[in-house]
Design a protein around this ligand. Sequence first.
Ligand SMILES: [Zn+2]
Length: 105
Amino acid sequence: MKHTKIQQLALERIYRLFELAEKEFQKHPKRSKRYISLAREIGKKATARFPFELKKKYCKKCNSVFTQTNSETKKTGDLTAIKCLECGAQRKFGTKPGPKRKEAF
Ligand SMILES: [Zn+2]
């Protein structure tokens, strides 16, 4: 599916905000979380879906961007579980047999 111009622009801004969030996380965790929530708002307004690579980069519960120190990734077969060490929330990503990729939460 092709993105509309608005969605394309939204995605560019979202990527930028993720970059900033990663950069600021150590020194300004609050600001960093704000960037992530902004990115999510932009995505919602433009109805742009987050690319998979971004979806697994932040905590849906507390908006922390995942770094090597604040997340734990466990792989079991095709399933990847990411645990947020900031708030304890866990997210699971995986490929299930069948035509559609299933995302379990
Ligand atoms: Zn969290």
